[in-house]
Every structure is written in structure tokens, then in C-alpha cells.
Write a protein that binds this ligand. Sequence first.
Ligand code: SAH
Length: 212
Amino acid sequence: MRLRNIKGSREVIGASEYVIQNPEQWAGRWKEIFENENPIQIEIGMGKGQFLLELARQNPKINYVGIEKYSSVLLRAIEKQREVELPNLRFLRMEAEHITEVFAQGETAKIYLNFSDPWPKDRHAKRRLTSGEFLSRYDKILDKEGTVEFKTDNRALFDFSLESVQESGWKLLVCTYDLHKDEILMEGNVMTEYEERFSAIGNPIHKLIIRR
Ligand code: SAH
């Protein structure tokens, strides 16, 4: 997702109380940010934040951190958070490959990946958020029972992810090629912006949940 480069978005982000600045300094100390012991769940590639804002509203006893690399997109999430001021939601503007510098071992309970960039060229496979490289990063920051939940309408990326899960020795807890037709999995499903957009044009949504 890329919006026009909005003037001043870096400044707004730098000054926002909802965006954690210099996050490496908080690795191992996220509890202090939220001022409680509640579990921390993250979304990598949050976009404009629709999914995470809704989860944070529904679950005040869970803390959420949204990660997004583009300032212009993150700005939209900040604007929405300003209206609702959810105490259990923070944002990070960063490239996800540095995630292990920002969270300590076992510091997160769940990682959401929604409609991640496909990086279709073979030589870019390592950049896919479900590659073996990323799974070993998630392995470091997730707690013992920690899970990764991934939704996409991109069949090639989904199949790649299934292979990568198998090669890395993770366990597949849930796997569907058509989430919206699965009554049980749809219970409590929170739609992302992309999920709304792509299911509206008839694309089936694929979902997997994994743990070590
Ligand atoms: N999750 C949202 C947006 C999907 S678009 C939804 O489902 O509606 C994918 C988003 O992930 C884009 O905003 C993109 O900038 C971000 N993104 C992709 N790769 C990233 C990375 N390596 N680190 C941080 N953000 C990333």
C-alpha cells in the first residue's frame, strides 16, 4: 500500500505519543509502555490500521503494536487512533526485518500478517514476511505458545508460505483456502481493509495459523 508522499508525515509521526520512537530502547520493557502485564500482539504491515484498531477496541486486556514501513500510510492509523485514543494500541514505523531488535525473546504472544506484499520474483523470496528468514525472527520474539496468523488472497504467496512453514518445522494449526465460507473460522473474524476490498471482487481469502 503506497499513498502519495504526504508532506510532513515524518514530523507528525516523530511527535505522536502513539508512535514508539527509538524502539530498540524498549526491547524487553514493553510492559512499561503499556503499564500492565497484558499479552502483546503485533501486526506486521498494518497499513492504515483498520484491523488493529478494531481488535484493540474489542480486547482491552490485550496490547497491540502495529508495524508499518511507510509514513504516509501510518499517518492514517495515527489519525484514527487520535479520535478513539485506545490505551492498548501503539505503532512503530519500521522495516520488519529489524523486529528482533525491538522485541526481546518471548515478548510477544501473537503475530498477525495480513495481505503481505507478495514479492513475486524468486530473488526477493527472503523479503516475503512468511519466508524461512522471517519465521526464524518470529521464533525469537514469540512466547512458548505464540502463534502467527496469516491472511491473503494471493494463492502463490499462500502456497509459498505453506512450504516455508513445513521446511521450518512449524506446525500448521489452521489452513483454509476460503475463509469466508468457513463458518467456524469466521466467528469473530475481523476484516482488514484489503480483505474487504478483495473479497468484494470475489477473491477467496486464504488463512493459516501456525505455531512451533
Ligand atoms: N494489513 C493491511 C495492509 C496490507 S498492504 C490490510 O490487510 O489491509 C501491506 C502493508 O504492509 C503495506 O502498507 C506495506 O507498506 C507494509 N509492509 C510490507 N512489508 C513490510 C515490511 N517488511 N515492514 C513493514 N511494513 C511492511
